[in-house]
Write a protein that binds this ligand. Sequence first.
Ligand code: SF4
Length: 695
Amino acid sequence: DSKDYDREVKSICPFCGVGCQLSYKIKDNRIKYVDGINGPANENRLCVKGRFGFDYISHPHRLTKPLIRKEGMPKGLNVDPADVHTHFREATWDEALDAAAKGLSDLRAEKGTNVAGFGSAKCSNEEAYLFQKMIRQGFGHNNVDHCTRLCHASSVSALLENVGSGAVTATFNEIENADAAIVIGCNPIENHPVAATYFKQFTKRGGKLIVCDPRGVGMGKFATHRLLFKPGADVSMLNAMMNVIVEEGLCDRQYIEGYTENWDEMKAHLADYTPEKMAPICGIEPDALRAAARDFATARAGMIFWGMGISQHIHGTDNSRCLISLALMCGHVGRPGTGLHPLRGQNNVQGASDAGLIPMFLPDYQSVTDDGVRSAFTDVWNSGDFSNEKGLTVVEIMDAIHAGDIKGMYILGENPAMSDPDVDHARAALAKLDHLVVQDIFLTETANYADVILPASAWAEKTGTVTNTNRQVQMGRPAVTPPGEAKEDWWIEVELAKRLGLNWTYSHPSEVFAEMKLNMSSLDNITWERLEGEAVTYPSLSPEDPGQAIVFGDGFPRPNRRARFTPAKIIEPDERPDAEYPFVLITGRQLEHWHTGSMTRRSHVLDAVEPEANCSMNPRTLRRMGVAPGEMVRLTTRRGSVEVMARADRAIAEDNVFLPFAYVEAAANILTNSALDPYGKIPEFKYSAVRIEAA
Ligand code: SF4
């Protein structure tokens, strides 16, 4: 009803990587409600988070003034936001920025690598670009990372290795043109709900859906094949499916010969992975493996979608290598209805990675080890060279703090005190820092360890571009003004950089975007002015081209334009269940709560629907333990223990437990294992040996 609001602003949802376009309806500088609009990814649809998860921005916990820790106040207490002034004193912006810069530059004077940075996948492309530039230009090294390390780093490493590009090869909307699709290691009905609506429509028109997951995820209801494999057994299951495709002569020989390399090695490797041999390992009967493999291989067009069930393993890169090989051997890349699509998590994790917020790559995945690449950037930055060594990743940075090699951090919009694996280890690292600057909208668990807190803007309060899972670059617009003295993140970054002695003169994000284009060919033909009017998918081949929904139809950005088959062997999870820890813990998200919960637990509708920390267990397991649904259980791993309400869920195997990581009172990452995939350096969030007891 138009009487309900006095103006509307079109922008992008701040939560998941689907990147739904929405319209904020505003009255008296408050968002009254939200409607979906016709963006390329969502076509007017929104999920419960996009529709109802907006009032966190006016929550009384918002940080409204810069804060400096009071002399002698201990770090790391979980400060009640209402009690913030006992621990911190309010400061002017000048005072806080001076204190932040002094702490960081004093450490820099000793050694540049003393300071590391975590940027944010929740901020704009321009803010991500500025953040990595500050660390590289200001401190001379590449110790800069963000939550992609905990999300799809292993998928990106496999994609870069084998198809030459870390982004999706086709938009998820291409499923409209597919006959078969594999959805594996993800739960799109809860985590990418609007994308899931396209998947459901695909099945209604007869598309064959192959859902593979250790949990009986919601998409399974729509599946032609439902493969509930054992946690961590991805490689055995996928190799068995590929074995079937080879043995039954279902490969696309023409495609393999025309567009790929290393096929002979791959084919020889697969010979050992028969469904009969793999069935006891992955828990799927040979006939079921054969039937699913046949439907995917014989489809005219097939797509593969995956999530963190694939990526968050010590063999995460191998899991993605298998998926890439599976698509290639069937010729399911580069045509309508085909493609490889790792569903991105945060609203701008694709864009932040593209913008170089990673320790091994500058913007557009240009290697920091390449002298020519670095000099192209320092020419634009009008500054001296920085290190040619790849920087440390998220978990490695925490280890380096414990080792005394990193003494200061600048953390923008990330919450490692909740999101890191073995989080007590990460919290102890944060407490050990000599100087920590946190820039955020709330007093997050991480901000509890800060020396200086810089109050930032929520997504609905700022201008900037974001890039969704589909490679669609879209414009975010400010709907309301930030509370109190909170500022847009790019402004804070610029002011801090100036105090660190950098020659930054930006006065608007559009100037940053213009600079990004100088060394990012992915943004060719995409201008700020264009984005003000429309979303553009990269690559865009001309100023009129809306962008390429499907790429690599005529070859890959690799030597000889060929994609590569990289065989993967079975690697056991880092730790196995035993008599002391007999269950397998799987962590993840649930529909209503987003990541570490800082936003959604302050959105009253979402928090009312899911107000309490919970874990999901098979009803038979609960009965065996004498625990009724709704009662508390204690989960204990080799790293720690949490108490949480148990929920009966037939979708969980009897020897598994699922725990969302949004709840500070039962922080899942107290339990998780920090063992890393050697390529993507992503931790094994999806497999920990755990003991369960009645609490
Ligand atoms: Fe927002 Fe993702 Fe939901 Fe779309 S699907 S409304 S982007 S959370």
